[in-house]
Design a protein. Structure first.
Length: 346
């Protein structure tokens, strides 16, 4: 038989570093409580010996998994990346690990993933948006898994949320669009079924039209998947209709980038012939040509706050306090006054 080497233990690390096992534990779990010189010596021993803490023992001792689950609708674009990174950074600072799944905007897949994460023993769960079967929330309550909703805020629901009012955010942008002189407004939205964020953004534009004496039914609407090509195809569809809009408001920056691609394909100049707006203010909004007027969502602030609140719920120091994060409009070059002779499609 060949030589076998057992994995190094906490005792082994303590002996190598010349400290107690309690000091090693503090270095790993609460490094700020250990003087720097000792911490460096211990962490050097940990690194050289390849020591890995006994996660199972920690779980048994604390009756926690120190794991948080998050289910996001997609990993295919950057909409959720910035907020989720901030969420994970905050969790890591507090000694928690993040498990992420993607539902592809399909409620059935999300439901399955929720059950899987609960079965894996997550201490808490981050979900995007409020709309899902009530039985799912009841299931989580039965299993005593705290849940926090992000990317959406509503004072009318009982679930704790750290997010923003999608309706109010796009209402403000639509008001800016109307103040610029636009009345022929079209929208490219994600599919609204099962997506309360998309629903509220459609409602927000229609409410702004109503508030300004414009028939909300005059708004042309195309629902599609959140992809650049989908946004391009939807734009071509809208601009090929008998009456062309003077502005196309998009449900997010990815769709707006697609609309810009559609405009180039049709030889339509933005914003001279038609204006385009986005939502989210991801990095893409700044680098497309022309740069997008959009709604800035403070994703990092939302991610940090969501992690802080969910950990407080997991650890029992909070029963769940919702927070509404403020958004604001970022004005760039894709929105201008409507052309003087805005013509119908020829």
């Amino acid at each position: 038989m060949g030589n076998t080497r057992s994995a190094p233990t906490l005792d082994d690390v303590a002996k190598e570093a010349g400290v107690s096992t309690a000091t090693v534990s503090r270095c790993l779990n609460s490094p700020e409580r250990v003087v720097e010189k000792t911490r460096i010596r211990v962490m050097k021993a940990v690194e050289e010996m390849g020591y890995t803490p006994n996660f199972a023992a920690r779980v048994m001792a604390a009756k926690q998994s120190f794991t948080i689950g998050a289910i996001i609708p997609t990993m295919e674009n950057a909409i959720f990346a910035r907020g989720l990174q901030a969420f994970q950074d905050e969790l890591r600072e507090r000694g928690y690990t993040l498990l992420v799944s993607s539902s592809a905007y399909k409620p059935g897949i999300e439901k399955e993933q929720i059950r899987t994460l609960v079965a894996r023993g997550v201490d808490g769960l981050l979900l995007i948006g409020h709309e899902r079967e009530e039985q799912i929330y009841e299931y989580l309550e039965r299993h005593r898994v705290p849940v926090l909703i992000a990317w959406s805020y509503s004072p009318d629901v009982r679930q704790t949320s750290v997010g923003f009012s999608n309706r109010d955010a796009i209402f403000e942008l639509a008001q800016n669009v109307i103040d610029a002189g636009h009345s022929r407004i079209a929208m490219i939205s994600g599919f609204t079924e099962g997506n309360d964020r998309a629903q509220k953004r459609v409602v927000g534009i229609r409410d702004a039209l109503c508030a300004n004496g414009i028939d909300p039914d005059s708004m042309e609407l195309v629902e599609t998947t959140y992809e650049i090509d989908s946004g391009a195809n939807a734009f071509v569809d809208l601009m090929s209709r008998p009456t062309r809009p003077t502005v196309v408001m998009c449900g997010n920056d990815v769709l707006a980038a697609g609309a810009l691609r559609g405009a180039r394909k049709m030889g339509i100049s933005v914003p001279e012939e038609v204006s385009i707006t986005g939502f989210d203010d991801i990095e893409l909004a700044e680098i497309v040509s022309p740069p997008l007027t959009t709604v800035h969502v403070p994703h990092r602030k939302m991610g940090h706050k969501a992690a802080q609140e969910l950990i407080a719920m997991v650890e029992g120091s909070s029963e769940g306090a919702s927070t509404c994060i403020n958004t604001h409009i970022v004005s760039r070059q894709s929105l201008a006054k409507p052309p003087k002779n805005a013509a119908t499609n020829k």
